[in-house]
Design a protein around this ligand. Sequence first.
Ligand code: RP5
Length: 181
Amino acid sequence: ELVPGQAVATTDSAQVSDARLPPLVGIVMGSDSDWPTMQAAATALDEFGVPWEARVLSAHRTPRAMLEWSESAASRGLRVVVAGAGGAAHLPGMVAAATVLPVIGVPVPLKHLDGMDSLLSIVQMPAGVPVATVSIGGARNGGLLAVRILAAADAGLAARMADFQADLRTSVAGKDEAVRK
Ligand code: RP5
């Protein structure tokens, strides 16, 4: 059974956070080696009860499958894509080229270049094809940004985001209290 938090096993594997709900967010990555980074996006979505699916689709190694998934994403009910890749990280941009959905790019750091290669590959998109790039390894923010995009048309989700932000304020206030003198 597909359970959130499990490693993505093959290029054909798919995961959903709740099999009863159709996924609203597609999490795609160029390799299963990206999953330890990308899992944070899934965790953030789970915290807000947003159903997601995850796929391994490579812009370079499985270009046709990547395009097929991207071109059908909106009609299948997805509303946002979080796409992560490392190195010559063309996946987020290629997905953005093949869908009308908003695409959030996550630069995955590899052992060389500290993820700067991934960042620059994702962030430097040509005019007309936007990818909203988060920080290197910033998959949690990628998930949270996806929640915010969905929350723009979902009052319940917006209220949960407001609660989340209030918790952040409380957390920082507690830390301030602990160290200030
Ligand atoms: C990229 O190459 C993937 O997104 C991954 O970050 C990187 C390394 O892939 P593997 O070594 O796991 O095949 O396309």
